[in-house]
Design a protein around this ligand. Sequence first.
Ligand SMILES: CCCCCCCCCCCCCCCC(=O)SCCNC(=O)CCNC(=O)[C@H](O)C(C)(C)COP(=O)(O)OP(=O)(O)OC[C@H]1O[C@@H](n2cnc3c(N)ncnc32)[C@H](O)[C@@H]1OP(=O)(O)O
Length: 167
Amino acid sequence: MSEKSAFQDNYPENVAHCYGCGRLNGHGHQIKTHWDGEESVTRYRPEPFHTAVPGYVYGGLIASLIDCHSTGTAAAAMYRAEGREMDTQPAFRFVTGSLHVDYLKPTPIAGPLEIRGRVKAIQGRKVIVESWVLAEGVVTARGEVTAVQMPESFFAAALPKPGAPTA
Ligand SMILES: CCCCCCCCCCCCCCCC(=O)SCCNC(=O)CCNC(=O)[C@H](O)C(C)(C)COP(=O)(O)OP(=O)(O)OC[C@H]1O[C@@H](n2cnc3c(N)ncnc32)[C@H](O)[C@@H]1OP(=O)(O)O
């Protein structure tokens, strides 16, 4: 069942607001990623305002797509490694420890992009994922992400402290 839903559809609510992949972020990219055998795949259609040089995609968007595609792949890979469905608890919540992107060719803004990923290694709490961006079947960018399972302290650090200024 959850192998058919997108990885991101299974994110618990407290990690479902990410600008790149959160289904609850109405301003975000809301990417959707699925397994395709041993690879993960996301399809995304850039908007005209995602322009860098006219006709080509802004590199920050490409980095964002690689980032969230890869962190989602990391989480899904942990479920696979444990033989668990993605909607079961406890959830494997990941954040980006490092993000590396090589821009190989200009990425045309017309038409859909495909982001594909593959797990390079699962090492304790971290998963290393390599991902690449294809436009019309041509690889235009390649990335590597080290995704790390969030320590419990992550949420505490993210929340405003009682009495702290809010603006
Ligand atoms: C699928 C279905 C359901 C899924 C269910 C939920 C899924 C949920 C997915 C949510 C997807 C959201 C996707 C948001 C994508 C962002 O945009 S996240 C925002 C950007 N990232 C951040 O803000 C992270 C900020 N950094 C931190 O919070 C901390 O530095 C970290 C990354 C959590 C690491 O802290 P820590 O765990 O205390 O660190 P530590 O114990 O020293 O390190 C753990 C391991 O990670 C390694 N590591 C730590 N930092 C780095 C680094 N920068 N580079 C390389 N390795 C590193 C360490 O070397 C160590 O490795 P080992 O020694 O164990 O081999």
